[in-house]
Design a protein around this ligand. Structure first.
Ligand SMILES: [Zn+2]
Length: 311
């Protein structure tokens, strides 16, 4: 429980920092977050490590192969030395590849340094497209994420999935349709039975969904259903933010989101207005942080339902 609360505060710290600043003071708020960072590394399976973020950045994962590390997400540009130093406590091998789970700055900003150092970045096609131009990350984050320079962009991109074939592991990065954003991927370490979900799955409560970038709650639920089906009781899940999790945590998260969607759908079926649905409090009795839930946003996602249109 204590860990859970710390995670919520870490996330709110980022949100509050960003909210309290003018958009052009983004650099200053980023500095504040980075200065408070206090990350630690844990061995979680035969070859994988989790760097759990305590200062507001996203969680990082590392796979140790014979020749070097393959890492998932790289937090903030200034934290690259922190990541490198934590990896050095394991071995002096170099970082070979960076995989990005989605385009948000608290997960991909380190691309600027890793990319400059010649490390190849791998991500979904949409992620590269978004990083090419300035992006307005939706409220309440509400910041302009500036276009990235060429070296910080993914060098290798894919449309559905891509596999890295290690001697002792199969690492699969696969796209998830319109969930937290339209750039999301899950990374699966098949033999070690570990996943990194990016921000499609988080542990601070109701998730931030970037509806300026194709995010949709229905996509989150769909991807959780698939992941729950693929998981077993020993599967370990690294969320975008928060502690190392398991299948039960995925089920709990999915059930809460499904309950909220069902309540809003019921309101729609009964011809209620957004205000009337809001009055009924779709998150009632859901025992997690609901501060990022906005009825009108979720209502719009259910009405628009891009997932249904795509298929
Ligand atoms: Zn995100």
């Amino acid at each position: 429980m204590k860990k859970y609360i710390i995670t919520i505060f870490a996330f709110l710290f980022v949100i509050n920092n960003l909210l309290s600043q003018e958009k052009n003071n983004f650099e200053e708020s980023r500095k504040n977050v980075v200065e408070k960072a206090n990350d630690s590394i844990f061995k979680i399976s035969k070859h994988t490590y989790a760097i759990i973020a305590k200062g507001g950045g996203g969680n990082v994962m590392a796979y140790e192969s014979k020749n070097g590390f393959i890492i998932v997400d790289d937090q903030w540009e200034d934290l690259e030395p922190t990541i490198i130093n934590l990896l050095k406590t394991i071995s002096n091998k170099p970082v070979l590849y960076v995989l990005n789970t989605h385009f948000h700055f608290d997960h991909t900003d380190g691309n600027k340094t890793f990319g400059k150092n010649g490390i190849k970045i791998i991500a979904h096609d949409n992620l590269r497209k978004r990083l090419l131009t300035d992006q307005h990350v939706a409220p309440p984050v509400d910041v302009i994420q500036k276009a990235y320079p060429f070296e910080a962009l993914p060098y290798i991109t894919f449309s559905d999935s891509l596999t890295l074939n290690e001697e002792e592991e199969v690492i699969k990065i696969y796209h998830v349709n319109n969930a937290h954003t339209d750039t999301d991927s899950f990374i699966e370490f098949q033999k070690d039975n570990v996943y990194h979900t990016g921000d499609v799955f988080v542990r601070y409560g109701f998730p931030f969904i970037d509806d300026n970038s194709g995010g949709n709650i229905l996509g989150i639920i769909e991807s959780m259903n698939n992941l729950i089906e693929k998981s077993n009781d020993s599967t370990l899940i690294i969320p975008g933010h928060g502690p190392i999790s398991n299948k039960k945590d995925l089920i709990n998260y999915r059930n809460n989101l499904q309950l909220i969607v069902d309540r809003i759908k019921e309101g729609i079926a009964n011809n209620l207005t957004v205000a009337q649905i809001e009055q009924k409090n779709p998150t009632k009795d859901i025992n997690w942080y609901n501060g990022l839930f906005v009825t009108s946003k979720i209502y719009a996602m259910i009405i628009a339902n891009p997932i249904m249109k795509k298929k």
